[in-house]
Design a protein around this ligand. Structure first.
Ligand code: 6LW
Length: 526
């Protein structure tokens, strides 16, 4: 990037941050076709957005991870900060047996008359429910379990009524509910089945002018993902399909060479100046047709044509990032790195697999002592594990481990974890004769490979993962200078296309067995 343009852009960013000059920032973005830079990088799928005055909130799905449903706040739609996780108590988030295919699916966030609502599906542990809060930072209420099933529930409020919409039997279905109890008040009625694409889902209803607009996704969340729309003067229909459906997709000729694919699952918001925007998910391909960072959150401007139909991103696909000129290509969501110097204060980015057994996690000053679980990562029964998202294809994570308390047969390490049967790790283990070794192990479905052991003369080791778009290199050593490469794997083998799941890579520390492992720091650099 040229120095002068960086400075100009940074100045513009800092000015907009200082003065909350929403108009300048947003209009700079909407004047040009938005860039292919994710608004919130790393696994942040199924975004839903709402505005309250000059504040904007985004929530994402979270699947098997605890706490669930990360919530972000922005005052200008450019700078986003995670302010918490909506579901942060076991009573709100039972995750027994959840994998990267199960747990919390697409959430919707809405605000009405002083109350925030988050409605979602816990697949495998109870189905549809909603929680409420007066402050988006929480606390959020206990779940109100809902009668109407189908995934991707959403809410629409009008004239004291609360409507719920979801997709049972591949039909977008509407009913009225009591927003204070969740009790269903009217029968469920099918209102639209989309344009014929598979998996009609992700419905949201908006009112603009005389019309109720119904935005949905079709095609499945993979490469054929698309957004379609219909409208009606009556909320129950009949709905007329937009003549230029799909209103947004990258499964088309003009976007076939884009790195960004799978665009879908959107939600609309009108900003304080009357400009409309759409958040949606998409993934960035690396090395062919693979993505390992998960489905990420993007943002594009929306205009309305003379016939009252939306035109998304000026009718164009996302453009490749032009770093020299594109304002919106600068980093937008701040990247948390709260354990870089120790685990004293762990921020909102930290995640456990399923409901953590709190007796396994012991904070001792700035050290995090992990007590080994019987369950391995692959066995997936509340393993002792805590991690955060990989948000950049190029990055390095360095973990400081003291393995003194491992017992024979135990291990502790640093893993790049996509799903219970798709992860790779650099680990320290204690052999039956009491000696410590380091190695790297790769797990891809039913294939497992372990590198040769490196015998260690010290229990204190740095474990490092150096990632590039096409390589994961795992290293171990007493200090930075003595790091040895113990193994490499293409991250494509940890991708959604190869090992599956609805998430993206999480970088985690873990311990299995009967002993313990002391982790001193976890530093994420990109
Ligand atoms: C989500 C559905 C989808 O509930 O995938 O991409 C499902 N969209 O709408 C899981 O994220």
């Amino acid at each position: 990037m040229k120095k002068k343009t960086v400075l100009t852009a940074l100045l513009a960013l800092s000015l907009s941050a200082q003065s909350y000059s929403q108009t300048a920032t947003l209009h700079t973005m909407s004047d040009k076709t938005a860039s292919a830079h994710p608004l919130i990088p790393g696994y942040h799928p199924d975004p839903s957005v709402c505005r309250v005055g000059n504040e904007y909130y985004i929530v994402n799905s979270s699947f098997q991870y605890f706490p669930g449903v990360p919530i972000f706040k922005s005052n200008d739609m450019v700078h986003w900060e995670q302010i918490g996780n909506v579901l942060d108590r076991n009573s709100q988030l039972p995750l027994k047996g959840a994998s990267s295919w199960l747990g919390i699916y697409a959430p919707t966030i809405r605000y009405n008359d002083g109350t925030f609502y988050m409605i979602t599906t816990n697949v495998g542990n109870g189905g549809n429910f909603m929680v409420t809060a007066t402050s988006p930072e929480g606390p959020w209420s206990e779940p109100m379990w809902l009668q109407q099933q189908g995934i991707d529930p959403s809410l629409y409020f009008e004239d004291g009524k609360c409507y719920m919409v979801s997709n049972p039997d591949n039909t977008i279905t509407l009913c009225e509910i009591d927003p204070t109890t969740g009790k269903q008040l009217t029968e469920s009625r099918g209102i639209w089945q989309g344009t014929g694409g598979r998996y009609p889902e992700g419905p949201h209803i908006y009112k603009k002018g005389q019309y109720y607009y119904l935005l949905i996704s079709e095609g499945g969340t993979e490469i054929a993902h698309r957004l379609t729309m219909a409208r009606s003067r009556n909320i129950y229909g009949p709905y007329e399909s937009c003549p230029h459906n799909p209103i947004f997709t990258h499964c088309c000729l003009s976007a076939q060479d884009s790195q960004v694919q799978g665009t879908g699952h959107g939600d609309l918001v009108e900003d304080a100046n009357g400009q409309w925007w759409m958040t949606f998910l998409a993934f960035r391909l690396y090395n062919g047709t693979y993505h390992h960072l998960g489905r990420e959150t993007f943002l594009v401007p929306v205009e309305w044509d003379a016939d009252g139909w939306p035109v998304v991103n000026h009718g164009k696909p996302l453009q490749p990032v032009n770093k020299d000129t594109d304002f919106a290509s600068l980093p937008q969501a701040a990247i948390a790195n709260t354990a870089a110097k120790g685990f004293k204060a762990m921020g909102h980015e930290w995640l456990y697999i399923q409901n953590p057994d709190s007796s396994k996690y012991e904070r001792r000053g700035s050290t995090l002592r992990l007590h080994g679980s019987k369950s391995s990562l692959t066995e997936n029964d509340r393993p002792t594990f805590v991690g955060r998202r990989q948000q950049h294809a190029d990055m390095t994570v360095t973990v400081s481990l003291d393995a003194t308390l491992l017992k024979p047969g135990d291990e502790a390490g640093l893993t790049a974890y996509q799903i219970h049967d798709g992860h790779s790790e650099v680990l320290v283990g204690r052999a039956d004769d009491g000696k410590l070794y380091a190695t790297v192990r790769y797990r891809m479905k039913n294939l497992e490979k372990t590198e040769e052991r490196l015998w260690l003369d010290s229990a204190k080791q740095l474990l490092v993962l150096r990632a590039t778009p096409d390589n994961y290199e795992f290293l171990c050593g007493k200090d930075e200078k003595s790091l040895k490469s113990l193994g490499t794997i293409a991250p494509q083998l940890m991708s959604t296309e190869v090992v599956g799941g609805f998430t993206g890579v999480i970088l985690g520390i873990y311990a299995t067995g009967n002993g313990s492992a002391d982790f001193k720091s976890f530093d994420y650099q990109h």
